[in-house]
Design a protein around this ligand. Sequence first.
Ligand SMILES: [Zn+2]
Length: 139
Amino acid sequence: MKKGTIKNAIGGLFRGRYGADQYGRFLLIFALIIMVIGMITNNVAGTILMGIATGLIIYAYVRMMSKKPQKRREENRVYLYRRNSVLAFFKITWRKLKEGRSYKFFKCPKCAIVVRIPKGAGTVQITCPKCGEKFIKKA
Ligand SMILES: [Zn+2]
């Protein structure tokens, strides 16, 4: 068998299939982490974790092999939206830990961006730097 033939065979296998996306990669990495925890957990919990990891890998594979790209793209979009929300939450939590002593944090009621005001500034009108919404808060 020539090299090109193998390449064509693999190419044929994935033709018309959805393939990998960010959500798929996340599922595989998550499955791998669960698997490692499962391996070092030497009891029933470990077996359950291995089962969950196997299920996730099968699910990730089925998604990659899917012939309904629109549905998969929608799943990926929802995943990215949630991931960004989680990242934003950790980012703001980190900032609050770091700067919480000298600043108060407020969420813009319109666009939800977080702005900080020095503590002790009193009642101030805040203009959102992103959307221009004005709101009054006490810092
Ligand atoms: Zn805003």
